[in-house]
Write a protein that binds this ligand. Sequence first.
Ligand code: FES
Length: 258
Amino acid sequence: MSNHLKDLKLKIWRQSGPAAKGHFEEYVMPEISDEASFLEMLDVLNEGLIGENKLPVVFDHDCREGICGTCSLMINGQAHGPERSTATCQLHMRKFKSGDEIVIEPWRASAFPIIKDLMVDRSAFDRIIESGGFISANTGGAPDANLIPIPKSVADAAMDSAQCIGCGACVAACPNGAANLFTAAKIAHLNLLPQGQAERYKRTEAMVETMDEYFGSCTNHGECEAACPKEISIDVIALMNKDYRKSKLKNRKEISRN
Ligand code: FES
């Protein structure tokens, strides 16, 4: 097994708190293994800093398996770094060459304020989910899967949307700081399935309007799709826009009936 070692220079954004002025600090990282993950490389850095009685670099992580969506680094100007369809925790140092300088920043978006160093507050995503990203109808016990026939193409599209891990790379990559890909993925995975129909239009209206309160507007740059570690297609945004237009009509009719 190859285990090439490389010498790297890191330029990392350090910021002591939300209101503090941030700055870049440089660190020399000798003999980093090709097989180390990007976050393991940061662990090595932090062990060294702690050993020198210095404050470690704060960064988000949890599963380190590309599942939870917690990791969130802008690496050399790219959300999650240079490997497509890969979350930061799944990025390996073999992607870099010895002598490289790697610039590491937090997500840059006004809806995601910096908490400390590389950690940002992504609770604006929670506000969108709280406004309708669930099914509240009591459906009883889990029915036999075969009782609700769902065409495979529909099930596949819903499951593709459900892959969104809510990391926020789409927002960080968007020049407008828009959250349309995230919101549309969360809407699509419920709106496409039979179980999501009862609240389809209420959900869509509420989630889109909550999104608009916190995030910028989509102007079809497509950067979100390129940055998404789960390859969510911007097609879901078209579905969301269509459902949103319908929701304005249907929800208004419902209000005037009551
Ligand atoms: S740490 Fe969970 S997806 Fe990266």
